[in-house]
Design a protein around this ligand. Structure first.
Ligand SMILES: O=P(O)(O)OC[C@H]1O[C@H](O)[C@H](O)[C@@H](O)[C@@H]1O
Length: 530
C-alpha cells in the first residue's frame, strides 16, 4: 500500500475517545473492508450477548453465575436494587476504612500508624493490584505495598526480611475470592507466624477480601481481624481489579480509585455501542480475530512504551488466556481455543526479542501502548532539540514501521498519560474486548475448568507424600524407591515418589537418601527424626 493509501487507511480506521483522550489505531492490521463486513453477524450476536450479560443473564453457564464486573463502575446498571446496594455499600466500606487508616482511627497496637502493606493473593487476587501499584503508586506512597503471590518459601522470606523491622506497622491484606486457595493460605499462615514470633497480635493487623462465608471470611471473623471486605460471586477473579480486590490496596496507596472507576465507566459506555467501527473493544476483538484466524494462530505481544505499564502484559496474560484458552466451545465441540499473550516494555524489549519479531517466525501480532506525556515537567535535551522521550517515541514509531514493512501486523493504543482514569479505561477496554472475543469464538470466557486439573493433581501429590513418610517411619531398614512405592500401595506413582523423596531430602525433612543420586534405581531412603 502506498503512503497516501496507508494514511487514508489510518484515518479511516482511527478511533478516538474524546472523554479519555484515548486513540486506537488498527490500520496496521492486514484486514480489509470485506473481512470487517463478514464479521458483522458474529458481532451482532456478541453485542446481544454482552447486553444480556450486563442485564444479569447467567453469562457463565458452567458455574451458573452472572457476570457483573461492569456494574461495579456504574451501580445503576445492577439488575436488582439489592445488588446495587451491595456495590454502593462495598465502595463506602472501602472508603471508610481507608479514611480511618489515614486518620489513624484504625492503627496498629504498637505503632502510631500503618506504614506498609503485605498483600497476599494469587492470580486474579494479585495481578491487578500488582499492575496498578506499578502503574500508579506515588513514589512515596502513604503505605508501601509488598506482594506475596506464591507459596515459594524463599519468596515469602524475601518480603518478610525486607520489612522485618516494620511488621509492627504493617497491614496484611489477604485476598482470595474462594477463600480456599492453598498458596495465599500458606502465605497468610507464614506471615501470621512471623507476627507471632515478634509477639505481635496478627488479628489487629489483618484484613480479608473474600467471598462471604468462605473459609477465609470465617477465619477472619473468628479470629477478630480488623475487617473483612466481601467479594461478590458475580465478579470473576481476573475481572476483579475494580472491586475491593484492586480498590482497597490502591486507595491505601493514595491512588484515586474514583478516577479509576470513572475511567472504566467512560470506557464501558464507549464499548457498549453496537457498531464495530465506533466501539474500541469491538475493533480490538476484530483485530484479534483477524490475526488469530479465530483459532489462536498468533500470539499477542503487548509492548507498552512506558516503564510504569510494565505489568500490563502480565495482567493481560491471565485476563486473555484464562478467559479464551478453552478446550470446548459453548456447544460442547472440542476447539482448543486461546490467544497466547506476552511482552514487557519498549524500548527495552527491542534490545532483546524484537529481533525475532522483525525477522523470525511470524507467529504474533503486536500491540503498542503509547503514552503521549513523557513525564511531568519539561525534559532536558540529550542532544540538540532531542529529549529521552523523543527517543522513546521515535523508537516506538520506528519499530512499528519496521515490523509493518516485514508484514508483521500491529495495533497501537495511545493514551495521553498514565493516570488512574486511563488505567481504569485500559482495564475496561480489555475486559470488554475479551468478552466480545469469547462470543466471536463461542467460548465461555468466564470460567476456568482447566485450572482445576493441576490443583487436584497437586493435592494428590501431597497426599502421596504423607503415605511415603509413613512408610519410611514404619520401615526397619532403608528401602528402595520401588519398595516404597509398593508399600505405599502406589507402584504406578514411582516417579512422583522419587521426586518427593528428593525434595524432602533437600529440605531437612528427615529423609536420608543413599546411593548414586543420578541413578534413582540405586537409591535407598530412610527416615531420621530431626
Ligand atoms: O481469589 P482466589 O479464589 O484465591 O483465586 C485465585 C486464582 O486462582 C484460581 O486458580 C483461578 O484460576 C484464578 O482465576 C483465580 O484468580
Amino acid at each position: 500500500m502506498d503512503a497516501a493509501a496507508l494514511w487514508q487507511r489510518y484515518q479511516d480506521w482511527l478511533y478516538y475517545n474524546e472523554g479519555l483522550g484515548l486513540y486506537l489505531d488498527i490500520s496496521r492490521m492486514g484486514f480489509d473492508d470485506a473481512f470487517a463486513a463478514a464479521l458483522k453477524p458474529k458481532f451482532d450476536k456478541a453485542f446481544k450477548d454482552m447486553a444480556a450479560l450486563e442485564a444479569g443473564a447467567i453469562a457463565n453457564p458452567d458455574e451458573n453465575r452472572m457476570v457483573g464486573h461492569y456494574w461495579l463502575r456504574n451501580p445503576d446498571l445492577a439488575p436488582t436494587p439489592e445488588l446495587k446496594q451491595e456495590i454502593v455499600e462495598g465502595l463506602a466500606q472501602i472508603e471508610r476504612f481507608v479514611k480511618e487508616v489515614q486518620n489513624r482511627d484504625i492503627k496498629p497496637p504498637f505503632a502510631p500508624q500503618f506504614t506498609d502493606i503485605i498483600s497476599i493473593g494469587i492470580g486474579g487476587s494479585a495481578l491487578g493490584p500488582q499492575f496498578v501499584a506499578e502503574a500508579l503508586s506515588p513514589d512515596i506512597p502513604p503505605l508501601a505495598i509488598h506482594f506475596i503471590d506464591n507459596t515459594d518459601p524463599a519468596g515469602i522470606d524475601r518480603i518478610l526480611n525486607k520489612i522485618k523491622d516494620k511488621l509492627a506497622s504493617t497491614l496484611v491484606i489477604t485476598i482470595s475470592k474462594s477463600g480456599g486457595t492453598p498458596e495465599p493460605r500458606n502465605g497468610m499462615i507464614e506471615v501470621q507466624k512471623a507476627f507471632a514470633a515478634e509477639k505481635l497480635d496478627f488479628a489487629k493487623h489483618a484484613v480479608a477480601i473474600t467471598g462471604t462465608d468462605s473459609k477465609l471470611d470465617k477465619l477472619a471473623k473468628s479470629e477478630g481481624w480488623i475487617d473483612s471486605f466481601p467479594m461478590a460471586d458475580w465478579v470473576g477473579g481476573r475481572t476483579s481489579e475494580l472491586s475491593a480486590v484492586g480498590l482497597l490496596p490502591a486507595a491505601l496507596q493514595g491512588i484515586d480509585i474514583r478516577a479509576m472507576l470513572d475511567g472504566a465507566k467512560v470506557m464501558d459506555e464507549a464499548t457498549r455501542i453496537p457498531d464495530i467501527k465506533n466501539n474500541p473493544a469491538a475493533l480490538l476483538a476484530m483485530s484479534w480475530y483477524f490475526a488469530c484466524n479465530g483459532r489462536g494462530e498468533k500470539d499477542m505481544v503487548v509492548l507498552p512504551y512506558k516503564d510504569s505499564l510494565l505489568l500490563f502484559s502480565r495482567y493481560l496474560q491471565q485476563l486473555v488466556m484464562e478467559s479464551i484458552g478453552k478446550q470446548e466451545d459453548l456447544d460442547g465441540n472440542t476447539v482448543h481455543q486461546g490467544i497466547a499473550v506476552y511482552g514487557n516494555k519498549g524500548s527495552t524489549d527491542q534490545h532483546a526479542y524484537v529481533q525475532q519479531l522483525r525477522d523470525g517466525v511470524p507467529n504474533f501480532f503486536l500491540t503498542f501502548i503509547e503514552v503521549l506525556e513523557d513525564r511531568q515537567g519539561i525534559s532536558p535535551e540529550v542532544e540538540t532539540g532531542v529529549t529521552s522521550g523523543d527517543y522513546l517515541s521515535g523508537l516506538l514509531q520506528g519499530t512499528r514501521q519496521a515490523l509493518y514493512e516485514n508484514h508483521r501486523d500491529s495495533i497501537t493504543v495511545t493514551i495521553p498519560q498514565v493516570n488512574p482514569r486511563t488505567v481504569g479505561a485500559l482495564i475496561a477496554l480489555y475486559e470488554r474486548a475479551v468478552g466480545f472475543y469469547g462470543s466471536l469464538v463461542n467460548v465461555n470466557a468466564y470460567h476456568q475448568p482447566g485450572v482445576e486439573a493441576g490443583k487436584k493433581a497437586a493435592a494428590a501429590v501431597l497426599d502421596l507424600q504423607q503415605r511415603v513418610l509413613q512408610v519410611l517411619k514404619d520401615a526397619e531398614k532403608p528401602l528402595s524407591v520401588s519398595e516404597i512405592a509398593k508399600k505405599a500401595g502406589k507402584p504406578e506413582q514411582i516417579e512422583t515418589i522419587y521426586k518427593t523423596l528428593r525434595h524432602l531430602a533437600a529440605n531437612g525433612r528427615g529423609v536420608v537418601l543413599e546411593g548414586t543420586l543420578g541413578q534413582p534405581a540405586t537409591l535407598t531412603a530412610s527416615y531420621k527424626q530431626n
